[in-house]
Design a protein around this ligand. Structure first.
Ligand SMILES: [Mg+2]
Length: 390
């Protein structure tokens, strides 16, 4: 009964081994945000800039991956630097290769440009997308099989001018089913404390509250904030200090009884080991772009798990493509995960998506796509409209 299926799979795998990548296309886009994104440092952002990599093959099949030009807290990348690195320095190592040679290709890209995780992310994810499409399976099947079908997202509350606006935004998320809130802090101590207190009082003991300063605070201010918000049962305090101050994070972790989370100061495995050896955090956030896509993020999750850290699946505001990348990684992850900000873009931060089949969001839950590859398809009309001329 199963024999024809086995033959089909074998035939697909056989065909796959002949397929070669013929072209590496980069698509720089600018997607407006629904309301300006304001965090502790830098001006408010009206849009997010992202680059889609589309790998073309000899059989006409394509694979896609996404990264963002964040230009803040550990990211110096711009649309032009990302497209140039990918086209000039990565493409020569990709064209002519099989989409299944991911280890060889990722190593070659890493050697072609040091610390280029933001540029490598869409390449590795597009290779996984292609592999899944060639074999006719969703990416989670390539990562270990399906362990969960849905993944919980958290509400990200950016800095607003008034407490009322912050609570209004939180109430909107709460009405949609969100129970985890990440409150952006670091500009005004009294306003930060008022926001945290307001959310706790409004939504009661079931709300999970985390704060995030995006590396924008000094040690004294961070210590003062943690002491003042401690009565409100904080699940974790994310990246309060600058990237270089891992010892400061470790000191905060010893001085205050609130779990410390690391985000921006972990780009790669060495950074994460640095945090672990200093016991500077017990929670880690990964992001598709920051950490080099599925290929490297999975490694970080394994290291974090071995160190007993909690894992917080994240992303910069992004489209369904980078969201799908985390969703597949999470789908195949056989351990606990926190409700994370990985879906902030498709949960309301972006004005529009760029795929014809956006990820399904039900309340705060994102459904893992079951179609082959990442399970999302570029909308040609939308990318034509949002494309940035380089
Ligand atoms: Mg963060």
């Amino acid at each position: 009964m199963n024999a024809p299926l086995v033959h089909e799979a074998a035939a697909a795998a056989g065909r796959g081994s002949d397929i070669r990548i013929t072209r590496v296309e980069t698509i720089p886009l600018r997607v407006p945000l629904t309301s300006p994104v304001k965090i502790a440092s830098g001006a408010a952002r009206p849009f997010v800039e992202l680059v889609i990599v589309r790998l073309h093959t000899s059989e006409g099949m394509v694979g896609i991956g996404e990264t963002q030009a964040w230009r803040r807290q550990g990211s110096a990348e711009t649309l032009s630097s990302l497209t140039r690195v990918i086209e000039d320095h990565f493409a020569p190592h990709i064209v002519g290769r099989s989409p299944f040679e991911i280890a060889r290709i990722m190593k070659a890209c890493d050697e072609a440009s040091w610390h280029s995780y933001y540029a490598q992310a869409p390449v590795g994810d597009a290779l996984f997308d292609l592999q899944g499409k060639i074999l006719g399976v969703p990416v989670y099947q390539l990562l270990g099989g399906k362990y969960r079908s849905e993944l919980g997202g958290c509400a990200v509350l950016y800095i607003k001018p008034t407490l009322e606006e912050t609570l209004e935004g939180a109430a909107d998320f709460h009405a949609r089913g969100f129970r985890s809130f990440t409150v952006k802090v670091g500009l005004d101590l009294d306003a930060d404390v008022a926001n945290v207190r307001g959310i706790r009082e409004r939504f009661g003991p079931d709300a999970i509250i985390r704060v995030d300063a995006n590396a924008g605070m000094g040690f004294d201010g961070a210590l003062k904030l943690l002491k003042r918000i401690k009565p409100f049962d904080i699940d974790a305090a994310e990246q309060l200090l600058p990237l270089h101050d891992v010892d400061g994070m470790a000191e905060l972790a010893r001085r205050v009884d609130i779990p410390i989370m690391t985000d921006e100061c972990v780009a790669n495995d060495h950074d994460l080991l640095h945090v672990i050896f200093r016991r500077a955090a017990t929670v880690v956030q990964t992001k598709v772009a920051k950490n080099g896509g599925l290929w490297y993020s999975r490694k970080l999750w394994h290291i974090a798990d071995a160190a007993g850290m909690r894992i917080y699946p994240g992303n910069h505001p992004c489209t369904s493509i980078a969201t799908a990348s985390v969703a597949h990684l999470a789908a195949a992850w056989p351990g606990p995960l926190l409700d994370g900000p990985f879906s902030a873009g498709i949960c309301g931060a972006l004005t529009e998506d760029i795929v014809t089949d956006p990820l399904e969001v039900r309340g705060h839950l994102v459904r893992v796509p079951d179609k082959p590859g990442l399970g999302v398809t570029l909308d040609e009309e939308t990318i034509r409209r949002l494309r940035v001329k380089m």
